[in-house]
Design a protein around this ligand. Sequence first.
Ligand code: ADP
Ligand code: MG
Ligand code: MG
Length: 930
Amino acid sequence: MPKTAVKSKIKASSSVKISKKMVYFFGGGKADGKATMKNLLGGKGANLAEMAGHPDLRLPVPPGFTLTTEICTYYWANKRSYPKGLTQDVEKNLRRMEEITGKKFGDADNPLLVSVRSGARSSMPGMMETILNCGLTEATIPGLIKLTNNPRFVYDAYRRLIMMYSDVVMEKACGIEPADDQGIRRQLERLMDAMKKKTGATTDTDLTAENLKELTVQFKAKVKEVLGKEFPDNHMDQLWGSIGAVFASWMGKRACSYRRIECIPEEWGTAVSVQAMAFGNMGDDCATGVGFTRNPGTGENAFYGEFLVNAQGEDVVAGIRTPNPINESSRSDQSRNLKSLEQLMPGCYKELAGIRAKLEKHYHDMLDIEFTIEKGRLWMLQCRVGKRNGPAAVRMAIDMHKEKLAKKEEVVMRVTPSQLDELLHPIIDPKAELKTKAIAKGLPAGPGGARGMIVFTAAEAVKWKKEGKHVILVREETNPEDVEGMRAAEAILTARGGMTSHAALVARGWGKCCIVGCAGVEIELAHKTVHIGGEVLKEGDWLSLNGSKGLVYKGKMDMLDASESNELLSEFLRLCNSVRALKVWANAESQPDAATARKFGAEGIGLFRIEHMFYGKGSDEPLFQLRKMIMSKTLEERKIALNALFPFMKNDIKNTLRVMEGLHVTIRLMDPPLHEFVPQQKDKLEQLGQALGISYEELSARANALHESNPMMGHRGVRLGITYPEITEMEARAIFEAAAELNKEGVKVFPDIMIPVVSLEQEVKHQAELIHKVYADVYKAKGVKVNYMVGTMIEIPRACLMAGKLAETMQFFSFGTNDLTQMTFGYSRDDSGYFLKEYVEKNIIPVDPFQTIDQTGVGELIKITVERGRKTRKDLKIGICGEQGGDPASVDFCHNAGLNYVSCSPFRVPIAILAAAQSQIRKPRKNKAV
Ligand code: ADP
Ligand code: MG
Ligand code: MG
């Protein structure tokens, strides 16, 4: 076999470890393997073994055997050869298949035909290869015709074998990369189209035995002409050719790029399963289909599936004919008038529905299944845990827990943070949708909304995305070659295909907005135009999609953030809440943000930055007063400005405290980068000068004096409070008065005052004394107690090391991991973007430490802080309020480090809640936190 162009990273060596058992049998109610052996048998092989052999299942599965993934690794490490003894093992297992089926591989009278199937540890839809009907030769064809009395079926199977084999084994596995549309499969398809045209057939099922027979002769000639080799006419050659090609497909271009996107290591390898054929193409009492035990788009507890009568293998998924629904709940607009399996073959449907229930009970999850009916007899060909989108995942988790099908820990572990994220996804503004007429409707295959410019090829999608454009990939039907383009697109729209088509499957896995089988879409690739419901649109035109309903709109519509009061979401979060130990708080500095955070389940505010009242709407007056304060030179001047600032600050704090009634609100003392607040425009400066009663020149001089060459390390944070204690005093007074007044009204509030940018114990001592003194004054004046704490932000490495000392006066710590990361690495938060990107690409650092806590370095400092701090003060409350607080890996770290809470932006609260629950299930900790 010629070498492929593909190079493997798997090291060339004959020392690859191979277990003694290389082949696992399944069938006849028994199996060597089981579902948990995915690493060795691949997902498909492991589940075939489970379905065939587990005593609770023992489903009708055609017998077969699986070659382990170790053999794939060996194959690539040893110049594409096999370990010793494999040939004999395969033959032994073939004999067992023959015993069970009563047929014989290669036999002239009663031939056994097999499929050769790929299967990696985690499913890679459509990325690798499968060859069906292996074993059909000049020697076995006449016998099979005689036996079945069905020459049409035999030649249909034969033409399929030639198509698949020449494509997979003789072309792809040999590293031949033909130009677009010139692949052998396309060439053979064109011959078939010509035959259909000549005979007036509309679909492939209209072709007669004679037509198909003639076609196989044409096929073989074409294969010889294009590939320069004969199509092999020996059953054993076909079998080993197919096995080798499946192993080879692991290094195929598509498989490699899919692995890169999904982070699947090359070392895993694929297994190969050889299985007796079940024929769905023997006539009208035969069929092949695919299904999901629940609706994968909505999560609804309804059996969902599609099938085709008289068809084989991928016909359903490939969209050559519109598939029939298996039952009423699977019916779509497209299949409105088609008979269901329930109507056509009620017995088989009943059996299938029974299997569905058995499988769900056994796996405690929603499954994706493949089945084939041969002359009224049902055969199961595959099952695996089904891909689903976020809303469906959450719905199924809740339902399966209620149905007592699965424990709450199980269902909580099953929803990924990114799936939950989909429930928080943008949608097209419903108001805009009401006013706009959809130009087409297809199947809702991927949720949420999206808008983008039309592109027609995967390559364009990738290119445009690189240019920073948002695109929608519009295709007749996607195929596995398109994955990178699908990834790059905001959304995918296809003219053909059902809910189980390639586009739908892949998009669903990624939680991407996707509409398939949109009958109103007609693409003219040559002109780069598309007709959609009477409109003619061209490349670059805008489209908006509602992937949850399958609606297509022309133009660029308004988008909305996801609804916050989603019932499903709250129900699921309640489940998470009942298991987690780590608390989840939010960073919020305004009343509306705090309200959002609370709705999402935040249990406190971990960061309320006082200076944020000087940004945005309504901030003109307080900002002016702040600037006056900054520009003041004497204590007198500063006090006047502070007094003017006071009512604004108190009001702001009061609003947020009120929203967070009953919960802690951590208010950080002012940490303004002073120079940022100095006005730039001349007129503003003049105005300020007037208010202070000084000249423009004097003011400019003061502004210049404030200039710092390194403001991030300058006169900020606690340093400001030490040099100007009156600032801290004013802030503390605003907080205590607001809190006291609310408490008096009966609104119980818990303000925690946090001192920023600390590195010395004397700093916090000084500030704490001041704050306690202000409290004493306020208490004396108002006579109302306030339940408050004083703590510090930990954001400088020195503070970490001094934690034991700091805890003597501080009642809580909160890690400001943005600054802590900046100071630990010496990377500027604001300027590190571009080199960090390269660092990550070159694998110098695994991830951007500003997104995910650097567990080995910064994490070590955190651990030291927790240990030293709690040694001094046993009940020291510790949290994190940096950006990383909403990142699942960082949440997991915080859980294990024994923190009390994580605090993140309101929209990440649900994700943090899920991550915290999963951490507790993975590694339970005793203290259920404060
Ligand atoms: P994939 O991983 O792409 O799903 P499969 O190995 O499942 O590939 O096979 C492709 C198609 O061929 C599927 O529709 C499957 O049901 C069908 N198929 C595989 N093996 C057999 C068999 N022994 N009999 C009938 N159909 C089969
Ligand atoms: Mg396939
Ligand atoms: Mg399959």
